[in-house]
Design a binder for this molecule. Structure first.
Ligand SMILES: NC(=O)c1ccc[n+]([C@@H]2O[C@H](COP(=O)([O-])OP(=O)(O)OC[C@H]3O[C@@H](n4cnc5c(N)ncnc54)[C@H](OP(=O)(O)O)[C@@H]3O)[C@@H](O)[C@H]2O)c1
Length: 250
């Protein structure tokens, strides 16, 4: 396991799902973790308690990542905690699968504000704190839908395509000091798609479309994020790593 002892890492969306699994995994590797959540304080505090119970250090910070002032306040709190940040993971996100004919203005803008703007402003606001690190690294969270089209949910797909391109743009702009990479998960069982994975027919459809034959779990994503944040990935920047059971091959 990559050794992250002494690293201070902010994980947005750390209260649930993929972000929660990443936060717990990073803490197991020795990192001190700032867990950002939007409204689910109890879930975020439960992640903090699990980390502390295992001998680690963590705090929880509330912020709506679609609100730039809130993101700046989050970055300030996260950075002040230990005086710097070594890593940032932008896992906060929302999915909207609306059909174009019936999409409301809010449903169009929500993934753009949360997934795309939230990612950008989180990176932007944490840069001054990453400047204090000897090996700063950022991992953004895209989706298989960032590069592969699906019918419905055009705004989410546009937001994730944007996340992938800002990952590459920032990797160039921030080199050689800060590495910036993305992960692009396939279908992972979380609250985000509970209706989908609890529907037997949709569950089967995803399973048979996935070459490795099953839905992903949040713990399938975390080790790759840990690797990209670690010194083992010191010469890797600007990549989008698919973690999707092979579904992007279709
Ligand atoms: N699940 C999948 O199949 C899948 C596939 C590809 C990509 N992804 C991406 O992976 C990331 C995590 O998804 P997930 O499945 O783990 O989702 P999830 O279980 O629904 O968790 C979403 C997380 O994002 C936070 N969040 C939502 N809106 C926010 C906002 N406006 N400001 C700040 N935080 C906000 C939530 O905080 P609260 O708990 O406080 O609400 C929660 O921690 C997302 O970027 C998603 O697009 C997921």
């Amino acid at each position: 396991m990559a050794d992250l002892r002494g690293d201070v890492i902010l994980v947005t969306g750390g209260s649930r799902g993929i972000g929660r699994a990443i936060a717990l995994d990073l803490a197991r590797a020795g990192a001190e973790v700032v867990i950002q959540y939007r409204i689910r304080r109890a879930e975020a505090l439960a992640v903090v308690q699990a980390i502390e119970a295992a001998g680690g250090r963590a705090i929880a910070v509330e912020a709506d990542v679609s609100d730039r002032a809130a993101v700046e306040a989050m970055a300030e709190r996260a950075g002040r905690w230990r005086g710097r940040l070594d890593g940032v993971v932008t896992a906060a996100g929302v999915y909207r699968g609306d059909a174009t004919r019936s999409v409301s203005p809010d449903a169009w803008t929500e993934p753009l504000r949360v997934d795309l703007d939230g990612t950008f402003w989180t990176v932007r606001s944490t840069l001054p704190w990453l400047a204090g690190s000897a090996h700063p690294a950022i991992v953004t969270v895209s989706s298989v839908l960032g590069a592969h089209a699906a019918a419905g949910g055009a705004a989410y797909q546009a937001a994730k395509a944007g996340v992938e391109q800002i990952t590459r743009a920032l990797a160039l702009e921030l080199a050689p000091r800060v590495r910036v990479n993305a992960v692009a998960p396939g279908f992972v069982r979380t609250d985000m798609n509970r209706a989908g994975h609890e529907d037997p027919e949709f569950h089967r459809t995803v399973r048979s479309a996935t070459p490795l034959g099953r839905w992903g779990e949040p713990d399938d994503i975390a080790p790759a994020v840990r690797f990209l944040l670690s010194r083992d990935a010191d010469w890797i920047t600007g990549i989008v790593l698919g973690i999707d059971g092979g579904i992007a091959l279709r």
